[in-house]
Design a protein around this ligand. Structure first.
Ligand code: AMP
Ligand code: MG
Length: 314
């Protein structure tokens, strides 16, 4: 991929990481690989840096950002951790789980990060490049997906360059993202209940096993403000649960159902998640005016894949 990449794409070696730390500490933007998707990172305690994220993405200001931390101690400085938060962090951090917790009123954060909410979304990522940046920058980093708001998420450095272009001065290339879909988001409620705000690599059943059932009566209290019905969209009509593609459709297969590309020819959901956005980017770039996608089972990570596909089709 390298000689076709624009100049701001750099392999995520020690030198590039050091340059990225300098850019971040100075209040700039850097696109970084994580285990979920590529993120557009900036220091979360700097008003101008956070404003630059919203501007580069064209993101509506009511859609709060996830704040990434180097360790649990840093998270505890920003949010009120109860026993449930400690338990989930112990089990799933570093990893693809975001916790929505009560914001500490004294937390040093740009107010726009939480879009004025009394809560904050926190994650400690596992990817070694993002971890190195967090540790060396020494400040929490706000990092939404590194794409124009509403468009297909990036799982490679080339996807970032294609979507954000010159809006981001430095893109660290860490290869394709292992998980391929955004983190699971769980909100912990003051009344002891919890709610799945976004399905992801950590399943509701895994949360359930630790916390018990989500409180059913509480489910409408808070919505994830940024969970828009249309998102991840390749810019052309998308037809779901297709058995085969029409001649004018770019067909994305799964398992026995083939196509112009496949999520996973062997019907493996982990592979399908990792390939999901690459397939949607291919579909977007294709000359065919429509997209059709084979059915994906609604189990395990398939729940997250189908959530994204429904929004891509909306
Ligand atoms: P993205 O950064 O694009 O992965 O999106 C992050 C998502 O996290 C947004 O769509 C929000 O809905 C959600 N989120 C972030 N902060 C909060 C919060 N304080 N309360 C509820 N949802 C949040
Ligand atoms: Mg996003």
């Amino acid at each position: 991929m390298s000689d076709k990449q624009p100049a701001q794409v750099q392999p995520a070696d020690d030198g590039a990481i050091a340059r990225a730390v300098h850019v971040l500490r100075s209040g700039g933007l850097v696109a970084v690989p994580t285990e979920t998707v590529y993120g557009l990172a900036a220091r979360a305690d700097c008003t101008d840096a956070v404003a630059a994220i919203y501007a580069a993405k064209g993101r509506p200001d009511f859609n709060p950002l996830i704040v990434h931390v180097a360790d649990v101690e840093q998270a505890r400085e920003l949010a009120l951790f109860d026993d449930r938060a400690e338990l989930l962090a112990r089990h799933f951090w570093p990893g693809p789980l975001t916790l929505v917790l009560p914001l500490r009123p004294a937390a040093r954060l740009a107010p726009a990060v939480t879009a004025g909410l009394p809560t904050i979304a926190l994650r400690m990522p596992a990817h070694p490049v993002m971890r190195a940046l967090l540790c060396e920058a020494g400040v929490p980093l706000a990092a939404p997906s590194a794409n124009r708001s509403g468009a297909v998420s990036p799982t490679s450095a080339a996807h970032v360059a294609g979507s954000l272009g010159n809006a981001v001065p430095l893109i660290l290339d860490g290869g394709p993202c292992a998980r391929g879909v955004e983190s699971t988001i769980v909100a912990l409620r003051a009344d002891g209940g919890w709610k799945l705000l976004r399905p992801g690599p950590v399943s509701a059943a895994e949360i359930d096993a630790l916390l018990g059932d989500a409180a059913p009566g509480d489910n409408d209290t808070i919505e994830a403000p940024g969970q828009l019905a249309s998102h991840y969209a390749p810019g052309k009509p998308v037809r779901l649960n297709a058995a085969r593609g029409a001649p004018d459709e770019f067909m994305i297969g799964f398992g026995d159902i083939g196509g112009d590309c496949t999520l996973s020819a062997r019907g493996d959901l982990t592979e399908a998640a990792a390939r999901l956005y690459a397939c949607l980017h291919e579909a977007a770039a294709s000359a065919k005016p429509r997209v059709a996608i084979a059915a994906v089972p609604e189990t395990g990570i398939g729940v997250a894949i189908n959530d994204r596909l429904r929004r891509a089709a909306a």
